[in-house]
Design a protein around this ligand. Structure first.
Ligand code: ATP
Length: 306
């Protein structure tokens, strides 16, 4: 089976500053780092490192960054045939982090804004019964709805990580098998200050299962059968950026490999706990070998080498 990730890919440039510049002021950065990112690309990489067969559908530009995205997918063993090239710059984010760890982000999202799958993509031909379709909040809500509608018709599973939140997702929740949200997203979408009560509300709006991620406290799985809490290993977290993408991608990869969600979620939590002990987003993700070491025994034998 295949995990089809329909989302975005971009280049993140991070500047470390003592303090943010005032309007009209120039400040000299202490350092900078550049890496590919975007929630779609991040989650595709995480799913691939579990050993799942993964395709990324994303719009990229016609510039050297676009080539870097395509090369990175190939290096990760991800099918890049679903990339769509547009006549514009590949999306970018400029992230400034000050000495206190506060950040500001400026994004250019021309590619993601113009990307409206399944139109203009090969998803219709590629999606098969038993596959998994994973989407995030970077694309327009109509694209999520149309892709999930197609997945339902095909008999493919659907996983939604609605970040950044664009909408109430009212029309999409009944098409969603698994909703993955952090504490804030659960509360905002579910309309309750308690994330577990909010998750119950989201179940009533039609999604079959909800995973609420709770940072250092781990995550909860909420289904019609009730709630199960999973703790995270105690680690010294130095940078949690991308932890949600890592958890979501690993979880989707394991589900696609036939692991039940109750067994997949603790593995995804452990993988995310490795990621928060390192800096960066993609650069913090555990390797295939590191993920293989925490896979259930049934998958561990050569499991992350597919
Ligand atoms: P982000 O936006 O930073 O990518 P998020 O808000 O989407 O993350 P979180 O709930 O903060 O998601 O974290 C996702 C998962 O990462 C958690 O469920 C947990 O497994 C792991 N994690 C995050 N912070 C910690 C921590 N301090 N210690 C151990 N694990 C952590």
């Amino acid at each position: 089976m295949t995990v089809h990730v329909a989302g975005n890919a971009c280049l993140d440039t991070l500047y470390r500053l003592q303090r943010f510049p005032e309007p009209g002021e120039t400040v000299v950065a202490d350092g900078m780092a550049e890496d590919l990112g975007g929630k779609g690309l991040n989650q595709a990489v995480a799913a691939a490192r579990v050993g799942a067969r993964v395709r990324l559908l994303a719009a990229i530009g016609s510039d050297p960054t676009a080539e870097s995205v395509a090369e990175r997918l190939v290096a990760e063993g991800i099918d890049a045939a679903g990339l769509v090239r547009l006549d514009c710059p590949t999306d970018r984010s400029m992230i400034q982090v000050d000495a206190g760890g506060e950040n500001t982000i400026v994004s250019v999202t021309g590619c993601a804004d113009r990307f409206a799958p399944p139109q203009g993509t090969d998803l219709d031909a590629a999606l098969k019964a038993g596959d998994l379709l994973l989407m995030q909040g970077n694309l327009r809500i109509a694209a999520v709805r149309d892709c999930f509608t197609l997945a339902r018709k095909r008999g493919a599973g659907t996983v939604l990580n609605p970040s950044p939140i664009r909408d109430s997702y009212a029309g999409v929740l009944p098409l969603t098998d698994l909703l993955v949200v952090n504490r804030g997203e659960a509360c905002r979408l579910g309309g309750d200050t308690d994330p577990h009560a909010a998750a119950q509300a989201l179940l009533r709006r039609g999604t079959s299962m909800v995973v609420v991620t709770l940072g250092a406290a781990g995550a909860s799985l909420i289904t019609a059968d009730g709630r199960k809490d999973y703790s995270a290993p105690a680690v010294t977290a130095i940078d949690t950026a991308g932890a949600g993408d890592l958890l979501c991608g690993v979880l989707a990869g394991l589900l696609d490999r036939g692991i039940p969600v109750e067994a997949a979620l603790p593995v995804a939590i452990r993988a995310a706990a490795i990621g928060v002990t390192r800096t960066g987003v993609l650069s913090s993700f555990p390797t295939r070998a590191e993920i293989a070491a925490i896979l259930p025994p049934s998958l561990a034998r050569g499991g992350a080498e597919r």
